[in-house]
Design a protein around this ligand. Structure first.
Ligand code: SF4
Length: 443
């Protein structure tokens, strides 16, 4: 079988790309192990394929048109599939809007892909070859079918060493190796797509690679690719908020004990941050931490079920600052229920920190409204109030259909006009705070 696994086209920001590249590298290694001829190619330089699998981790990956363009330019008959977080969660969108896609893998793709490929290989006639393979949505003779949920793969250490294909593809943009160390987060935020995605598999969904295995992966990359910067893409590097801390210490022991120095970044919750642990991780090479602060308004944090306080946010920023660690913060300026008072509280909270927090600069524009993945609690709540509400894409977003509060609609539209027109030179975050302030004051 000839298989191509395609991640979204490279852009300048490695943080957005990392999760897709990591998944691509992991699947590529699995297929190679089974002697399938596979490619990780965004161009059309490969021989005709039997199957092309696209990865869509974010809603933009799914809706921005690159997959349609790719399929449109592809000259050979083959099966087209989708996998990844957004593809899996927003499967209804795919079925309605992407009629060129033959199947979507629901939940974790690795084991489902292997079984599918094996089936295709033995059923040359391609006759309803997906029936009975758990973890799929597929089309057959004009109808769509959903199979049973797949049981999550128990031991992540079983998987072969990823091939890190993204390092070759991405070198002209960045030289950071994306890694995966675990699959879980003990948080329960109501907007979290990660939680929805993880529940698309049966079985134990809290899994983590061992410290030894992660250490081996790091050293393999150093040796084979001469890359010493790593970005852990896990939703929460400390996964269960318990054993996760011990594993981090063990990994730090291993890294501190070796001659080769590496640097790495992680993502975690505000509630994970402590002076002792982070001081130790810094010695091991930690240089940047992504934490979802989300807001400077306690009402908003409570609405999201963050399980944190504004004081916790402040404490986390200060600990990271004291340790000399870069703090990249996740923040949500607008959700359907946002009020002017909450926006004011958020500005007041962030202003003293705006130059200390890591933010992207030129060439990167994110949406600042909360995306509501289908099936998350926030989506259900909002759908209940706003019966015509459906998945919001960057292309379909209209403030009037999203916000409940008319004052917020005006603020958002004003804010957006300023942001879109303003040349992007400095920190995106500072820029947004000042635009928001102007929008609130109605100047
Ligand atoms: S902390 Fe992040 S990953 Fe964990 S539940 Fe909340 S949003 Fe999801």
């Amino acid at each position: 079988m000839v298989i191509n696994i395609v991640a979204p086209p490279l852009i300048e920001n490695s943080a957005v790309q990392g999760a897709a590249h990591m998944m691509q590298s992991e699947m590529f290694a699995l297929l190679s192990l089974k002697n399938h001829e596979s490619f990780c190619d965004v161009l059309h330089l490969h021989p005709p394929c039997d199957l092309i699998l696209f990865i869509a981790q974010t809603i933009s990956d799914l809706t921005s048109g690159w997959i349609k363009e790719y399929v449109g330019h592809y000259d050979h008959a083959c099966l087209f599939g989708l996998c990844g977080r957004a593809a899996s969660i927003e499967v209804e969108y795919t079925l309605c809007n992407m009629n060129y896609i033959d199947f979507v893998i629901l939940g974790e793709p690795e084991d489902t892909l292997l079984e599918l490929v094996k089936n295709l290989h033995s059923h040359k006639a391609m006759n309803n070859h997906m029936q009975g393979i758990n973890g799929l949505y597929y089309r057959y003779k004009g109808e769509s079918f959903k199979t049973e949920k797949r049981v999550a793969h128990e031991n992540l250490d079983d998987y072969p060493m990823p091939n890190y294909e993204h390092l070759k593809l991405g070198q002209k943009y960045f030289n950071v190796c994306s890694l995966e160390a675990s699959r879980h987060c003990y948080g329960n935020c109501i907007f979290c797509g990660g939680n929805v995605y993880r529940h698309q598999n049966h079985g134990e969904i809290t899994r983590a690679k061992s410290a030894d295995r992660i250490y081996d992966e790091i050293n393999y990359v150093v040796k084979e690719h001469n890359v010493r910067f790593f970005a852990f893409q896990d939703d929460n590097f400390f996964y269960d908020g318990n054993e996760g801390y011990r594993r981090a210490e063990k990994l730090a022991d291993l890294l501190i004990g070796q001659k080769t120095r590496v640097r790495f970044s992680i993502q975690c919750r505000v509630s994970d941050i402590s002076q002792d642990l982070f001081g130790y991780l810094k010695k091991a090479g930690l240089y940047k931490v992504f934490i979802g602060l989300e807001s400077g308004s306690q009402d908003v944090l409570d609405r999201y079920n963050k399980g944190t306080t504004v004081n916790d946010n402040e404490k986390a920023i200060n600990i990271l600052g004291n340790e000399g660690l870069r703090c990249q913060h996740g923040y949500i300026l607008f959700d359907p229920f946002t009020t002017k008072k909450e926006l004011r509280e958020t500005i007041d909270f962030f202003i003293p920190y705006k130059d200390k927090l890591f933010s992207f600069t030129e060439g990167f524009l994110e949406t600042r409204y909360l995306e509501l993945p289908t099936g998350c609690k926030a989506y259900e709540v909002f759908k209940h109030i706003h019966s015509s509400f459906s998945m919001v894409t960057p292309e379909s977003f209209v403030a009037e259909n999203y916000f409940l509060n008319t004052e917020t609609i005006d603020i958002y539209n004003h804010f957006n006009k300023i942001i879109v027109k303003r040349p992007r030179k400095g920190s995106v975050f500072s820029d947004e705070l000042s635009a928001l302030e102007v929008a609130i004051e109605g100047k």
